[in-house]
Ligand binder design. Structure first.
Ligand code: SF4
Length: 342
């Protein structure tokens, strides 16, 4: 059974200018113990998609789906309270801006310890008065939750974790704050970690370390990861399967190696050509001409057609459906033949 199964998800925002179809009929699947990539330019709908899955889109946003299941349970049929519990226990998220995602008024170790008390089986009282006292005084430094918080900080590679646990978020560098966020997310022992641009804005060395740690944590904590990024190099480095998103739609999906070896959609080809290669830094980078379209009432059937070097008249009129091109590889392009028809 898949860990997460999403089918036919649509998210629309109704505005005075028209309807913004931010996510349009998206299917996505994540199996236990895998890292799945969701890649696309900024504005392609990646973050709205994950917020829709998590039930975090607020009015006037409108989300509908044939199915959103986690561990076989329908998230659409859950009460708000149960959904909040799923978000706290089974799914965790980390975002691009780690320093501002942490509570500036609490020691980092205390924030993780608090999560551990809420989500793990520790032998400590969680009565209201005990929690209020902790909020004011911080966790007792010999408490089990505090010790586990230090272990979590160690497990994500924070040096001198014992003293660092007593620091406040503003005393952390961007890289350290992101590691602390990873530790905090994993302290809930989630089945699924959604990492939204977790390395954007960090320098290349720290990026590589954080990605290595995400991979290691997958093994250690058996947590599946949905990695959202605009950076194809991050997808190549870390994921086993990848989904490419453009203008609210998943336009190509494949095992990651297959996607890079045999990209089938012109947008994926263009993305790869526009990504600098670490092994060949002198290769020419080809920027993709134009920009992601405004998602209000897009007038052309294939949303990529105005930017596509292969576009012909039919591309503006016929909507491409996903084509099975073999090896678990699908691409939504009118110019690609299904595997059986080759
Ligand atoms: S359907 Fe046409 S415009 Fe769209 S990606 Fe394929 S070739 Fe390009």
């Amino acid at each position: 059974m898949s860990l997460l199964e999403v089918q036919g998800l649509k998210t629309a925002f109704h505005t005075a200018e028209g309807t913004v179809q931010a996510v349009d009929d998206v299917d996505i699947r994540i199996d236990p113990g895998e890292i799945v990539g969701l890649v696309g330019e900024s504005g392609s709908g990646k973050s709205v998609l994950t917020r829709s899955i998590m039930g975090l889109v607020e009015s006037p946003g409108e989300v509908s789906a044939e199915e959103i299941r986690l561990n076989g349970q329908s998230l659409q049929e859950m009460s708000d309270e149960d959904l909040r519990a799923v978000r706290g226990n089974s799914i965790s998220m980390i975002f691009q801006d780690p320093v501002n995602s942490l509570n500036p008024t609490l020691q980092v170790g205390e924030q993780i310890a608090e999560n551990i008390r809420l989500h793990q089986d520790v032998n400590e009282s969680v009565t209201l008065s005990a929690e209020v006292k902790r909020k004011i005084l911080g966790a007792a430094k010999n408490a089990e939750s505090w010790q586990r918080a230090i272990e979590m900080l160690e497990s994500v590679g924070i040096p001198e974790a014992e003293s660092r646990a007593q620091s406040y978020p503003h005393e952390f560098s961007g890289g350290m704050a992101q590691r602390a966020m990873v530790a905090m997310a994993l302290s809930c022992q989630p089945d699924l970690l959604i990492a939204d641009e977790p390395t954007t804005g960090l320098d290349v060395t720290i990026q590589a370390q954080i990605l290595d740690e995400l991979e290691a944590l997958l093994t250690e904590f058996d947590t599946s990861i949905l990695l959202i990024t605009h950076d194809l190099a991050v997808v190549a480095e870390t994921t086993t399967r990848a989904n490419v998103m453009y203008a609210g739609e998943i336009i190509e999906r494949a095992p990651t190696e297959e996607l890079f070896d045999n990209p089938a959609h012109p947008y994926t080809e263009a993305l790869i050509a526009s990504t600098p290669r670490l092994e060949n830094p002198d290769d020419r980078i080809e920027p993709i001409p134009g920009s992601v379209p405004d998602l209000i009432d897009i007038p052309y059937a294939c949303h990529f057609s105005p930017r596509c070097p292969e576009a012909t008249e039919e591309c503006f009129e016929l909507e491409p459906e996903p084509v099975d091109i073999g090896t678990n590889h699908e691409a939504s392009c009118l110019k690609r033949e299904p595997v059986g028809d080759l």
